[in-house]
Design a protein around this ligand. Structure first.
Ligand code: FES
Length: 71
């Protein structure tokens, strides 16, 4: 699923660049060779960053539906 419609990158792209070391919203944009435009994707990218930082067992139950909907 597309995360950023302005730049056309997907949840798969976001997870990949986070796995490669992107640790902020700006870092995700840089790694995707994109520039923020409307900013609507910022909160979703933050959710992916939080997911990556949280231990697998600590991912909040409240976060799971949002991430599932984004995929
Ligand atoms: S949706 Fe990502 S900058 Fe607009």
């Amino acid at each position: 699923m597309y995360v950023c419609l302005c730049n056309g990158f997907t949840c798969r792209d976001v997870r990949r660049v986070i796995g490669e070391g992107a640790s902020s919203v700006g870092g995700v944009f840089r790694a995707c060779e994109a520039r923020p435009n409307c900013g609507r994707c910022k909160e979703v990218i933050k959710d992916y960053l939080a997911e990556a930082k949280a231990p697998a067992t600590a991912v909040s139950a409240a976060l799971q539906p949002a991430l599932m909907a984004a995929e």
